[in-house]
Every structure is written in structure tokens, then in C-alpha cells.
Design a protein around this ligand. Structure first.
Ligand code: AMP
Length: 395
């Protein structure tokens, strides 16, 4: 068990908390503040235990000087201040005198938010490449480091691995919960155990398939990635998404795990991916040359439902259609409904699947929705999570 924030005496200490404030923004406004809300428990705990709370996070990607204005954390400080009902001092810098003086002036129970850690990427990707000097410098600003950013826990950055290498460290409540819930999918899951995979690419999910295929009873495949499997089975998939370099892998998996991998039997096709396009329901042996399969059909929903209704553990990663467009959202929406009504332990991977479940109003009907898309996939691949590994075990 990893050390957590509860294992440290925080009174009067400068506690750096690495949060995940990578929130979606439009015209300088936060469009979804779920990630900010998810970080509150750890921040409140630190405040209530008398810490001087120094918050760090990345936001978006910083490749040019112009990216800075769009990705400042200033609006996050305002939202945080509203939820915490206290002042959050925002320092528009990632190093230097102004930051150091603001920290020196902090009183116990006060909160400071430093500017986007990725501003350091403009100068030789210092944050994203875990520059040693930067990790040491940020660590020098605090006494204790708490990592509560699950979304980047699989990355080796200066603001996670770098700081943790130089300070007594632990995890926050959010990371602790993610690890606890996702571990249930790896260690003694209740069976029947069903995984649904969708989304665009097979290659992104091959690691997870290889690690979990022997543990699960059924692997239901939808979304764009289903078409590489269908082509490997010999179907004509028209203009649907295909990863040619994965055909052999898919063929081998289908042969080795016959009866375990369940593919769509019908799909919704169209010539364009737009809200107004004309759509067709096709059995998978009827797809026309100029059509793309963009959602699963009602027959597939029914077949998938039979497996899901029986399951005691369900993990879902990747929408089964292009749910961002109205004509192709039905499959994903129906699966949300079916899964929410099962008695299974139900876990939703982060990223697009989490957005879809939230968009269709099923978020509070799931047992766990991960806050990290790539991180939850890496965890389930059984690959090491660098920023978690560096945190010491409890004594
Ligand atoms: P991923 O990040 O790999 O989980 O992919 C998510 C994306 O896959 C979403 O933006 C969906 O629109 C897209 N997607 C789902 N089904 C299909 C499909 N049949 N063809 C192309 N893209 C799809």
C-alpha cells in the first residue's frame, strides 16, 4: 500500500499537491469542472490539517508562446476559490522570485496555485521530459509532495516523478480511489466478467486485450476498432476505419479466443460523418464499398446486452460509435442504459467513454468512472505507472 496524505503530519508544512486541472476550455471559460471538483477532497484535507497548500497542474499542450494565453490556470483559481470558499492566490509563473516570495508569505490553511507546469515545455520540454533540475527546483518550494493527478500517473514528468524523487511523498484521495477501484478489475474480479472496447484504434488497446483476455469471460468489441477485427474475419467493411498493420494480430486473437471475442452483427453506415447525413442499417455482410460503419446496430445492442445482463463485473473503454454526432450515438446511449441497469460492478474508463456516459446522463449510475483515459488503460495493461511507483510504500 502506498503512503497517502494521511500518513504525514501537515500542520504548518508547505504541501505541494499535484492536481489534474486539465479541464476543457472554450474562449477562456471552463466548460466542464468535474476534474476541479474531484480534487477538492484532498485539498480540503490539507487545509483542515493546517498545511500551506501549493497546487500544481498542467493544462493542455504548450508548443508555442501563443498557446500560453489559451492555457493559463487563472480561471481554475477562480473556480477553486468558489468551491473552497476561500482565497486562492494565483501566481502567473512556474519559477522565480514572485513565486518564491508568494510561497514565503503563505500562512497555514492558505492556498496558492502556480501557473501551468507545461509552460516549462517551451524551453526544451523541461516538464514533459522530467528535467532533473526542474524537479529539484519545484521540490525545493515545499516540504511534502502529494500526487493526486491520476490522469498523468502513467507519465514521467518533472511535476510528478521529478518532485517525488526529491521530497517525502504520498498519494491523494483521488489517486487512492482510482487504484482501489481499478485493482478490482485485475485481482479476483467477480465473474462472469465482461469488457467492452470501442473507440478508434485497435493498436491503443492491444496491451489491455493481451493482459486481460485470459481473465475475462467475454470481450465485446464495437466502435471503429471492430472493423479491423471484422476485416480480419473476411468481411467487406467498405470505407470503415481499418488498421492494416493490426489485421494479423486481430486474426490471431479471434482464432485463439474463439467464442470469447464478440463482434457486431449489424452496423449503422453513412458516407459522411455529419449530423445531417443519410444513414443505413446494414448486416455486416451488406456494407457497401463507399460506406463507413459509424455505430453498432440494434441487433448488436441486443446481443451485447445478453452478455452484459449476465455479468458480475463490467469494464467499458471506448464509445461503440461516433457518439459526438447524433445519427451515431444510439449504440453508445443504449449500452449506457443496459449497463446502468445491471447488478454488476461497473467501471467506465476515462476520456471519451466518461464524456459519453456523462453526456447521456448515466454518470451517477456507474460504480466508478476513471478520471484518466490513458492512465486507466496503462493500469489495466499491467504496465508500471511511473508516477505511482516512485511513491514509497507505507511503513
Ligand atoms: P478512443 O480515443 O480510441 O477511445 O476513440 C474515441 C473516438 O472513437 C471517438 O471520438 C469516436 O467518435 C470514435 N469512434 C467510435 N466509433 C467509431 C467508428 N465506427 N468509426 C470511427 N470512429 C469511431
Amino acid at each position: 500500500m502506498k503512503k497517502t496524505i494521511k500518513d504525514y503530519e501537515l500542520e504548518g508544512k508547505k504541501v505541494i499537491i499535484r492536481c489534474d486541472f486539465n479541464v476543457p476550455m472554450k474562449n477562456g471559460q471552463i466548460t466542464d469542472d468535474t476534474r476541479i471538483k474531484s480534487s477538492l477532497r484532498t485539498i480540503r484535507y490539507a487545509i483542515n490539517h493546517g498545511a500551506k497548500v501549493i497546487l500544481m497542474s498542467h493544462l493542455g499542450r504548450i508548443k508555442t508562446e501563443e498557446d500560453k494565453a489559451k492555457n493559463t490556470l487563472k480561471p481554475v483559481a477562480q473556480t477553486l476559490s468558489k468551491y473552497l470558499r476561500k482565497k486562492v492566490t494565483f501566481v502567473p509563473q512556474t519559477r522565480g522570485k514572485e513565486l518564491e516570495e508568494a510561497i514565503a508569505k503563505m500562512k497555514p490553511k492558505s492556498v496558492l496555485l502556480m501557473e501551468n507546469t507545461r509552460f516549462e515545455d517551451l524551453d526544451g520540454k523541461k516538464e514533459s521530459n522530467n528535467d532533473e533540475e526542474l524537479g529539484k527546483y519545484w521540490a525545493s518550494l515545499g516540504d511534502i509532495f502529494i500526487n493526486d493527478a491520476f490522469g498523468t500517473i502513467h507519465r514521467t514528468h518533472a511535476s510528478n516523478v521529478g518532485i517525488a524523487s526529491n521530497l517525502p511523498s504520498g498519494i491523494g484521495f483521488l489517486v487512492e480511489k482510482e487504484v482501489k477501484e481499478l485493482s478490482k478489475l485485475l485481482k479476483n474480479p467477480k465473474t462472469p466478467y465482461t469488457i467492452i472496447l470501442g473507440g478508434a484504434k485497435v493498436s491503443d488497446k492491444l496491451g489491455l486485450i493481451n493482459n486481460l483476455i485470459t481473465k475475462v469471460d467475454y470481450l465485446l468489441i464495437g466502435g471503429g476498432m471492430a472493423f479491423t477485427f471484422l476485416k480480419a474475419e473476411g468481411f467487406n467493411i467498405g470505407a470503415s476505419l481499418v488498421e492494416k498493420d493490426q489485421l494479423e494480430n486481430c486474426h490471431n486473437l479471434l482464432k485463439k479466443y474463439e467464442g470469447k471475442i464478440i463482434l457486431p452483427i449489424d452496423v449503422i453506415t453513412a458516407q459522411n460523418m455529419t449530423d445531417e447525413t443519410e444513414t443505413h442499417l446494414r448486416f455486416i455482410n451488406e456494407i457497401k464499398e463507399d460506406e463507413m460503419g459509424l455505430d453498432i446496430g440494434p441487433g448488436t445492442v441486443k446481443t451485447f446486452s445478453q452478455y452484459l445482463n449476465d455479468s458480475k463485473t463490467i469494464f467499458w473503454n471506448g464509445p461503440v460509435g461516433c457518439f459526438e454526432y447524433k445519427p451515431f450515438q444510439e449504440g453508445t446511449k443504449k449500452l449506457c442504459d443496459v449497463i446502468s441497469q445491471t447488478k454488476a460492478y461497473k467501471v467506465i474508463g476515462g476520456g471519451d467513454t466518461a464524456s459519453a456516459v456523462t453526456k447521456f446522463g448515466y454518470a451517477n449510475k456507474m460504480d466508478h468512472i476513471s478520471t484518466g483515459g490513458g492512465a486507466s488503460l496503462t493500469f489495466l495493461e499491467g504496465t508500471s505507472l511511473k508516477a505511482l511507483d516512485i511513491i514509497p510504500e507505507k511503513d
